[in-house]
Design a protein around this ligand. Structure first.
Ligand code: ADP
Length: 634
């Protein structure tokens, strides 16, 4: 018998499979089942127009059989089969299947990546088998052939018999090692699990004779004597796959329960999803998708461990568990799957990244998520707020990390707590409620809404009936800065030196007062010894004596966030101490200054500055000194 040689490329692929340390060797089953299903598809298609095929849709099936004694796993189908020539061409020259390309010399890691979750076809059988036998009879042919190979040494093709058209693949499994227990692929429950996992939606039944056992009938005496019954094994054909994927059914045939159940089962979430949508895109690209928004963020969501992605199916066959390219980072919370007939099963991971189909699917999915979120915001406000609390931060990162590039897409999905009743508002709502003369979108940063409310700077704005957005997340102010404006309204921190809330006359008046007291203000500044860039008279304080504001881009809150990051460089906001000229403390300061007691004035400066820090929620530099000073003056 002549041993034939594999083509060079095939040999390499084969070697890769044989020496694979790939951890998901189990995918071989998916590959063989997919091939069987394709072969059945071809004959089924023929049967639609050709009565002589003599088979109905229900007659087609894939059969699994595990034989523990012989250590073989058999996968057979009654599909189109292969002629001798096809066996030679298809199984001797796998690299012809087109999707497979080598990049470099035999690097194991890369090999693993290639094997990845993507189809590498028939040869994957060699990851688990020492010998592979294929007996095939092509439809329309009387003859059957046997293809046999034990790996890279080559293969033989001999004549054989087979009752009907179709293909039988027999795997003689590798011996178990300490690391790999190949005999697991002889366990019926393991096989069943694998079929469920990878091939549940193959259109044709995948049958297996499942072994069960039952007690034998006992005699009355034995029963009375309480003897344990004996058991016998029996086999029952079971269809392992559910065949029709939920997402391929018509929407009106699926209940809400089914959608939700599917989610909790498939994505291991105890909680029902907050929202789901079922997309059926008939046009280009054509795909079905089920998209879910979880009701709670997974415990690892905001950690490096979390992996975003949607399951990717090619016509019902799982090709990737978490396809990251299908989701932008800011929608990384979405769970679900995409099934497209336009994607080839045998596509390598790196090719997939550049796949045009996949890109346009991703785009379309992003649009869908975006519009679903907008719909939820509009029609199911409470739900949306729950969603926002769970995943809002992620979308804010989306705006910030894109340096505003994603602004247009995301800005209308943002929410902030407003000073008005402490409720969440959108920017659109804020802007629509702005007072006529109000120039800016005002915001304040702080730990909590309650804390922000107590900031002295808020008083004048609230009195004017302006709303203030309360930014309580570390990222918030960076988001607002990277957006710069919304609907042409710029954002302004209420602690900035240019909030422009006071009338020009008032501003002039204070300016004059400042000039009058420039001496005293300079002395106060000097007393604070570089802690502030200047001390000024405030235009915005109403009843409070002092507050801190900042000059330039870095605000107090940003200073806090930036300095909490693990870098050595410390960043300082340019602080300005504002004193309320209408407050009693101002006349007091004046009196001290006039009396020439510069030591006392300097103590007052320190106390007022520290008070301003406390109000801002910034930790004070020298609490003991502050406490002593207060006692001294008391
Ligand atoms: P691919 O499926 O990407 O073409 P494979 O390596 O899995 O690559 O298979 C190579 C070829 O062998 C298939 O294209 C098909 O023509 C043929 N083939 C494999 N399995 C079967 C089968 N069970 N029945 C008929 N043809 C098969």
């Amino acid at each position: 018998m002549e041993t034939r040689q594999f083509k060079a490329e095939s040999k390499r692929l084969l070697e890769m499979m044989i020496h694979s340390i790939y951890t998901h060797k189990e995918i071989f089953l998916r590959e063989l089942i997919s091939n069987a299903s394709d072969a059945i598809d071809k004959l089924y298609f023929k049967s639609l127009t050709d009565d002589s095929v003599g088979l109905n849709k229900d007659d087609f099936a894939i059969t699994l059989h595990a034989d523990k004694d012989a250590r073989t796993l058999t996968i057979s189908d009654n599909g189109i089969g292969m002629t001798e020539e096809e066996l030679e061409n298809n199984l001797g020259t796998i690299a012809n299947s087109g999707s497979f390309k080598f990049k470099s010399e035999n690097k194991l890691e890369e090999d693993n990546q290639i094997i990845g979750q993507f189809g590498v076809g028939f040869y994957s059988a060699f990851m688990v088998a020492k010998k592979v036998t294929v007996i095939s009879r092509a439809y329309g042919s009387e003859k059957a052939y046997r293809w046999e190979s034990e790996g890279t040494e080559g293969y033989t093709i001999t004549e054989d018999t087979r009752e009907t058209a179709g293909t039988t693949v027999i795997l003689e499994l590798l011996d178990d090692t300490d690391d790999e227990k190949y005999s697991e692929f002889l366990e019926q429950y393991r096989l069943k699990t694998l079929v469920k996992k990878y091939s549940d939606y193959i259109r044709f039944p995948i049958n297996m004779d499942m072994r069960h056992s039952r007690p034998l009938e006992q005699s009355e005496e034995d029963k009375k004597a309480g003897k344990a019954p004996e058991y016998e094994d029996y086999y029952e054909k079971e269809t392992l796959n559910s065949m029709t994927p939920l997402w391929k059914k018509n929407k009106n045939e699926i209940t809400e329960e089914e959608y939700k159940h599917f989610y909790t089962e498939k994505f291991y979430d105890y909680n029902e999803p907050l929202k789901y949508t079922h997309v059926k895109n008939e046009g280009m690209p054509s795909y079905n998708a089920l998209l879910y928004i979880p009701s709670k963020a997974p415990y690892d969501y905001y950690s490096k461990e979390y992996e975003k992605g949607l399951q990717l199916y090619s016509n019902g066959v799982l090709i990737m568990d978490k396809c990251a390219d299908l989701l932008p980072d800011y929608f990384s919370f979405v769970k679900g799957l995409v099934d497209s007939e336009d994607l080839s099963l045998n596509i390598s991971r790196e090719m997939l990244q550049h796949d045009r189909q996949l890109k346009s699917i991703a785009k379309s999915i992003e649009k869908t998520i975006n519009s679903e979120l907008k719909k939820m915001l509009k029609n199911e406000r409470e739900k949306y707020e729950d969603f926002w609390k769970a995943f809002g931060v992620q979308m804010k990162y989306g705006i910030y990390s894109g340096f505003g590039a994603n602004r247009e897409k995301l800005q209308d999905l943002l929410m902030f707590t407003s000073s008005a009743e402490g409720k969440l508002v959108t920017l659109e709502e804020y802007v629509s409620r702005m007072k006529e003369e109000q120039k800016y979108i005002y915001y304040a940063s702080g730990e909590s809404f309650e804390r922000i409310k107590q900031l002295p700077q808020t008083e004048i704005l609230l009195e004017k009936g302006y709303e203030i957005l309360c930014l309580t997340d570390g990222i918030d102010e960076f988001v607002v800065k990277s957006m710069n404006a919304y609907k042409e309204k710029e954002f302004r921190n209420i602690s900035a030196d240019d909030t422009e809330v006071e009338s020009t006359e008032k501003q002039e008046e204070i300016k004059a007062k400042e000039e009058e007291n420039s001496d005293m203000l300079q002395k106060l500044t000097d007393a604070l010894d570089g802690k502030v860039t200047k001390v000024i008279l405030s235009k915005r304080l109403k009843t409070h004596p002092v507050c801190l504001s900042t000059e330039g881009d870095i605000t107090m809150e940003m200073e806090k966030v930036l300095n909490s990051m693990p870098t050595d460089e410390k960043i300082h906001a340019k602080r300005v101490l504002e004193i309320n000229p209408e407050h009693d403390i101002f006349s007091k300061l004046k009196a001290i200054s006039d009396s020439g007691d510069s030591e006392k004035l300097s103590k007052y400066a320190k106390i007022l500055y520290t008070q301003a820090l406390l109000i801002e929620g910034v930790s004070i530099e020298n609490p003991a000194e502050f406490s002593n000073l207060v006692c001294e003056l008391m």
